[in-house]
Write a protein that binds this ligand. Structure first.
Ligand SMILES: [Zn+2]
Length: 639
């Protein structure tokens, strides 16, 4: 492959990835390594390094034949406004630990010389006739193709007769037990793309929209010659970005008609930008039947894309190793944060006693001004807690209004007060938010590398109002070209159990997260810890999560792991061999290898030696899992 030419003319993410000809998970490994270094140095007390590079701009290991090939739009200018979100497919696949190559359509021919790979068209692409013909011939001869958000002109390959643009709708499952959709529970609210009429393809799901809107099939499976094609007709990539990032917040949101979420409270906050639907996207909770966003829509939309890859790979016998979301076969991670509103040292000590009793390491988001006595910060640091910022843009004093200058000032204040060299994460007081991406850009500029603001302030917005349980790097789709922001967002599920909702919500939310393998993030204010039943509820939640197999981490640990994990690059070699190249040593990395059939266990060789694996189920598919310490290049062979 010629790696010297820029790959796509205007799509930065694709260009950055393609010009280095990279494997997926690992587009950012170079920078991730540097960033991780900065974190580790900060922890060990050495002078910390500024973190300036964006995740998207970096390049990882060389790819030779990754099992998944992503094809992007080569000219964003004419493909419509939603096309600006399509490069986000890279972030979706990276978070899932899928290794992939990215190529422009012009260079597809180089990769279509063999059938044993999955080609994914990221958006309704404007392919030239020659490229469409080439792709059709390749599928016909046994290739596996996935289309997202439209057919890209390959109607015959996808078995589709016609398509009608879709403004907004809900995917309705037909075949409940089909591997692409089995056991999905959310409303599957989607934005953009198409509803289509099948001509030969089997419809797995339909889409419903408004009274005058498009109706038809949403998910279709087709055999084309010796190959297979899956069409995800609604624009799932745009939908994930839209649900996560929401509308710009310049006015109060519309409240829930049932009175459960009065977000029109005169204060601008993250929820005011939510795009989900009060009636169709919420689920009544036990025991009080108040509807909340219990099922993470964007997690399930991501999973439909992943399941499409797994389904085709297993049917066509394509070897597919992934780096699991978490180390040591953890099914999910929990995270408890505290916002220090009031800065009452007595209540801080009371909270510390509770979390110490739970053997929990939590994140203390500290509010300006005042804060805690310096000795208390020392105690937190000695005991391994994370001290984070609780940016106040609510109080309205000169230094507590919404502005970048005030974020900088408050960060400087906390660095000094708490004797820190680095502040890794932040949560905004009252979940304050204005505009859409400004705050995340500010965080990137000042070196705050994780945000945990986006979540509810009302009972009726509890759960997943702004994306799902998967931590994610947001997309600056207003930049030209679009680029990822180097700030990991960890959504918050609810504030104080007992105080804002019944304690029973906690376990239901943990169960939702376990189904999707993300982060269960709960906020407990020290100001409420001495109220009846709060401490017991926190302890019960922590114990329940542990019984279900998750570990409770600080926000900083979540960022450190995600950075380390994304530093693992992969090269695919001949004979079902894959070489993993960690940017830094990784302890306890869990690799999962898709089984072609659920009952057919793969034999795995690591550096030539057989290793014992355990069966692993995720997103409805069966894998073989093995946990390894990766100190340097490591080969995995799948027999
Ligand atoms: Zn607060």
């Amino acid at each position: 492959m010629d790696r010297s030419k820029p790959v796509l003319s205007r799509r930065g993410l694709f260009r950055a990835a393609g010009s280095a000809a990279v494997t997926g998970s690992l587009i950012c490994s170079g920078v991730a390594g540097v960033a991780q270094g900065a974190l580790l140095e900060a922890e060990s007390g050495a002078e910390s390094q500024p973190v300036t590079a964006g995740m998207a701009a970096a390049a990882g290991g060389k790819a030779a034949g990754a099992p998944v090939v992503v094809v992007g739009e080569s000219d964003g200018g004419g493909a419509g406004p939603r096309a600006r979100a399509w490069p986000y497919i890279a972030e979706i696949l990276r978070r899932a630990g899928v290794f992939f190559d990215q190529l422009p359509a012009d260079r597809l021919a180089e990769r279509l010389d063999r059938p044993d790979q999955v080609v994914l068209l990221a958006g309704h692409l404007r392919l030239k006739a020659a490229h469409r013909d080439r792709l059709a011939r390749w599928v016909n001869s046994g290739g596996s193709l996935i289309g997202i958000g439209g057919t890209s002109g390959l109607d015959e390959v996808f078995g589709v007769a016609s398509a009608r643009p879709l403004a907004e709708g809900w995917i309705k499952l037909g075949a409940q037990d089909h591997p692409l959709v089995a056991n999905l529970r959310s409303s599957l609210h989607v934005f953009g793309g198409f509803a289509v009429t099948p001509a030969g393809a089997t419809a797995v799901a339909t889409v419903e929209s408004g009274p005058q809107g498009a109706k038809g099939s949403a998910i279709l499976e087709n055999r084309f010659g010796r190959g297979r094609a899956i069409l995800l007709a609604p624009d799932l990539i745009f939908s994930v970005v839209h649900i996560q990032q929401g509308l710009p917040v310049f006015q109060d949101g519309k409240p829930a008609p049932d009175g459960s979420a009065p977000i029109d409270d005169g204060e601008l906050k993250a929820e005011d930008g939510l795009v989900l639907d009060w009636q169709r996207d919420r689920t009544p909770m036990e025991p009080d039947k108040v509807p909340v966003f219990l099922e993470p829509v964007s997690d399930e939309l991501r999973e439909i894309i992943l399941r499409s890859i797994f389904h085709l790979a297993s049917q066509q016998g394509i070897p597919l190793p992934l780096v699991w979301y978490w180390p040591n076969k953890l099914p999910a991670v929990g995270h408890i944060s505290h916002d220090t509103d009031g800065n009452d040292p007595t209540k801080a000590v009371a909270m510390l006693e509770v979390v110490e009793r739970c053997k929990l390491k939590s994140t203390w988001c500290t509010l300006y001004p005042g804060g805690y006595p310096r000795g208390f910060y020392r105690t937190l640091k000695e005991k391994g807690y994370e001290i984070a910022l609780h940016y106040d843009a609510r109080t309205g004093e000169p230094y507590t209004r919404w502005s970048k200058d005030n974020l900088i000032l408050q960060r400087q204040w906390l660095l000094k007060e708490a004797g820190l060299r680095e502040i890794t994460s932040n949560k905004n007081h009252y979940t304050r938010w204005e505009g859409r991406l400004d705050f995340l850009r500010w965080c990137q500029e000042v070196g705050i590398r994780a945000d945990q603001t986006r979540g509810p302030s009302k009972q009726g917005t509890i759960g997943f109002p702004l994306g799902g349980s998967q931590p994610y790097f947001p997309l600056d789709d207003e930049a030209d070209p679009p680029r990822l922001l180097d700030v990991l967002e960890v959504n918050m599920l609810t504030q104080d159990l007992v105080v804002v909702c019944p304690p029973q919500y906690g376990r239901q939310l943990v169960d939702s997260v376990l189904r999707h393998h993300g982060v269960a993030h709960f906020l407990f204010h020290p100001s409420h810890i001495q109220k009846p039943h709060v401490a017991e509820t926190l302890a019960d939640l922590v114990a329940y999560g542990r019984r279900r197999g998750l570990q409770w981490w600080t926000n900083r640990q979540i960022l450190q792991w995600e950075t380390l994990r994304r530093g693992i690059a992969m090269e695919a070699g001949p004979g079902r061999t894959f070489t993993l190249r960690p940017a830094r040593a990784v302890q306890g990395a869990t690799l999962v290898v898709l089984r072609p059939q659920p009952e057919h266990q793969s034999r795995l060789l690591v550096d030539g030696r057989p290793v014992s694996s355990t069966p692993w189920t995720a997103h409805g598919f069966t894998f073989d899992a093995v946990t390894l310490d990766l100190a340097g290049p490591t080969t995995l062979r799948i027999l």
